[in-house]
Design a binder for this molecule. Structure first.
Ligand SMILES: O=c1[nH]cnc2c1ncn2[C@@H]1O[C@H](CO)[C@@H](O)[C@H]1O
Ligand SMILES: [Zn+2]
Length: 372
């Protein structure tokens, strides 16, 4: 008999997907707040919101982010960042994010945010990181007590249009043994190549500290090449525009791979197993993809790219990791084996130590996906 814990269907239901253990690599802390929390903190600190009804506010974020442009999408963050300016609020937001991921079946998650955006009310960069880490640990404790254990790591992000990369890299290194597991750069992509922050990446590599870079979302192949070859990124945030280096043909080969001719960069990304942190719904909102059904993630999966599935910003997309997977099942023909493979790929590319990844895979993930 099939139970929700041991799905035997090849196309898992949304509830099965929710219960399956999942790994989240690309989730912005300031893009995943509960609308009710924004309303409460904004009332207390005097920040004016488009609406103070939590349900309407959730809809407002989705609609406003549905702009077809990354730059306009990013404007919605003004309202989340405004309520993340004191230690208590930062810790609360972090705790709630961990709990929300745990409820969604995420067993390991990396949450990212840019400390330099949380200094408006007098906190120092280090105070911001300490507050977030406190909130993360509390979230882990509460989730374990609730019977939904989760582990989280933090990625410290530098904003690519600013010039604080090296300072933020040093910040990440100071907190590397206290929950910070990696470094990222984010923000508007066009006109702000990753190599603007080369000094930061050089410093991090000298300290053997892992890096992921947003690239190939609003700008194409040169951004991905710069992130990989000049800046030495271990993973790519989005990277969806790698399809610009692929020419698709007709039919499939004997391994089921779609007929396609890959350029040198796409070949490099696939054949070296560079993991892409793909975010289907977010890409539809910013115009990087036309629909989840048509999103390049499915073709990339079929071509043997190393892909992970992510939410990017749960609030702005009104989504969760389960929902992203279920959309792929419903609209792009994904089956249970695809969900499992993407989950194991995400785990393998996570910035967790190898023995911890092994333990999660063998104790938690593999058994849950095994047929009854
Ligand atoms: O998809 C994205 N592409 C580029 N930047 C992003 C994306 N989502 C969020 N941020 C940016 O990252 C900052 C730190 O979390 C957010 O404040 C937002 O400006
Ligand atoms: Zn992102």
């Amino acid at each position: 008999m099939s139970t929700p814990e041991t799905p035997t269907e090849t196309a898992p239901t949304p509830e099965q997907v929710r219960r399956l253990p999942k790994v989240s690599l690309h989730d912005h802390l300031d893009g995943g707040l509960r609308p009710s929390t924004i309303v409460e903190i904004a009332a207390a600190n005097g920040h004016a919101l488009p609406t103070t009804d939590p349900e309407e506010l959730g809809v407002w974020f989705r609609d406003a982010a549905d702009s077809g442009s990354l730059v306009r999408y990013l404007e919605t963050f003004d309202h989340t960042i405004a309520v993340m300016q004191d230690a208590e609020s930062l810790a609360r937001v972090a705790t709630e994010a961990v709990l929300d991921l745990a409820t969604d079946g995420v067993v390991y998650g990396e949450l990212r945010y840019a400390p330099e955006q949380h200094l408006q009310r007098g906190l120092s960069l280090d105070e911001v990181v300490v507050a977030v880490e406190e909130g993360m640990r509390r979230g882990e404790q509460l989730a374990a007590q609730a019977g939904t254990p989760i582990r989280v790591g933090t990625l410290v992000t530098a904003m690519r249009h600013a010039d604080r990369g090296l300072e933020i890299a040093e910040l990440a290194l100071r907190h590397r043994d206290a929950g910070v597991v990696g470094f990222d750069i984010a923000g508007a992509e066009i006109g702000f190549p990753p190599s603007n922050h080369l000094a930061a990446f050089d410093r991090l590599h000298a300290e053997n500290f892992p890096v992921t870079i947003h690239a190939g979302e609003a700008f194409g192949l040169p951004s991905i090449a710069d992130a990989l070859h000049t800046c030495g990124a271990e993973r790519i945030g989005h990277g969806v525009r790698i399809v610009e280096d692929i020419e698709f043909g007709e039919g499939r080969d004997r391994f089921g791979m779609p007929a396609a001719t890959l350029g040198r960069l796409a070949t490099w990304v696939r054949d070296r197993g560079i993991v892409l942190e793909l975010c289907p719904s977010s890409n539809v909102q910013t115009g990087a993809a036309t629909s989840v059904a048509e999103h390049p993630i499915t073709a990339l999966k079929d071509l043997g790219f190393s892909i992970s599935v992510n939410t990017d910003n749960r609030l702005m997309s009104g989504t969760s990791l389960s929902r992203e997977f279920s959309l792929l099942v419903d609209e792009a023909g994904w089956d249970l084996a695809d969900v499992e493979r993407a989950t194991i790929t995400a785990l393998s590319a996570s910035f967790l130590p190898f023995p911890d990844r092994l333990a999660l895979a063998s104790d938690v993930i593999r058994p849950a996906y095994a047929p009854a």
